[in-house]
Design a protein. Structure first.
Length: 318
């Protein structure tokens, strides 16, 4: 039986025992969100372990490591397991490490990433994924939720999948709170960002280049409109999809411990950082990476727009 009543179920689980010999993924949901056991990130990773970590990310879309204190160099090395370092977003950078972004929230800088999104879909080649370590956690709260866009696609009705197939959508940071953040850094920074990072177009349904999974690729934060249809139709399609991806069967919410680490595939997931911990402190260090074989343009995004030397007075991310 295959109807809308069973569409959200996974028909065949990944055979972990047969596929993995060097790491042990422990899924939190059917074929989604796995904790990786048996890997010490403070030591060099063997080639078989690296290969299986890449496979685990393709299989489970977001993976987690038990808390480990890793150095900035080890953080960057972990990202490079999955692909070359990407340009990143407009976040401040860790001193001495321009490829590590810092998202720091406290009483003065309330959290503001409580919206569903994929990272940096406002560039022609969005990063393939992200590695984060939460180095400081609040006493309670501050969790992060991930939603599987392959699950979201597969659970749609065949007719609606056919309708979306072939459509494109315009993505831009200008419809997000990045505009306010950049304006706070100064008019020149904002104008540079408008000049350097113009709106881009992506398919509404993408095919993952490595796993072959079909995924929804629109989000409520950066997708401005569906192209080639009326404004009213575009708004209603995006409104429905924004609600659809929040279906509980597509979502895993992770509770952080100090120095917990996550890696997600930006092409198959969206995420949401819960903002329930103010005025307590939470510090996130993150590195984005490109697909293997795709190199980043020169300079990180913040330096490209001239904002790297400016101290922000507000906090924002993605």
């Amino acid at each position: 039986m295959s109807t809308f009543k069973t569409a959200k179920a996974v028909r065949q689980l990944i055979d972990i025992g047969a596929r993995y010999q060097h790491i042990r993924p422990v899924p939190k949901m059917p074929n989604f969100a796995a904790v990786i056991e048996g890997v010490d990130l403070t030591k060099p990773l063997s080639a078989p372990v690296r290969q299986e970590l890449v496979q685990a990310l393709l299989d489970f879309e977001v993976i987690f490591f038990p808390p480990q204190k890793i150095t900035p160099e080890q953080h960057l090395a972990l990202a490079e397991v999955f692909g070359p370092i990407a340009q990143g977003a407009y976040n401040p950078r860790k001193t001495g490490y321009s490829d590590i972004e810092i998202i720091e929230n406290d009483e003065r800088r309330p959290p503001a990433i409580d919206h569903w999104h994929s990272d940096i879909t406002w560039v022609e080649n969005p990063p393939a994924g992200t590695v984060i370590q939460i180095v400081e956690v609040p006493p309670v709260g501050g969790n992060t939720a991930w939603a599987s866009m392959s699950k979201a696609y597969e659970a749609l009705s065949p007719g609606y999948r056919a309708y979306l197939d072939g459509l494109t959508a315009t993505h831009t940071w200008e419809v997000s709170n990045w505009r306010k953040y950049l304006a706070d850094l100064g008019e020149d920074v904002l104008i540079n960002a408008i000049r350097e990072f113009k709106p881009v177009v992506h398919p509404v349904i993408k095919v993952h280049p490595e796993s072959g999974k079909r995924v929804l690729f629109v989000n409520e934060t950066f997708t401005k409109k569906i192209d080639g249809i009326s404004e009213l139709e575009s708004k209603e399609v995006l409104r429905f999809l924004a609600q659809w991806v929040k279906t509980p069967e597509f979502i895993y919410t992770h509770a952080w411990e100090p120095h917990g680490i996550a890696v997600w595939d930006n092409r198959t997931t969206q995420h949401f950082a819960l903002a329930d911990y103010w005025p307590h402190r939470r510090v996130n260090q993150r590195v984005t990476f490109n697909a293997r074989g795709v190199e980043a343009r020169a300079g990180n995004a913040l330096s490209v727009v001239g904002g790297e030397a400016i101290e922000p007075t507000v906090a924002f991310g993605t």
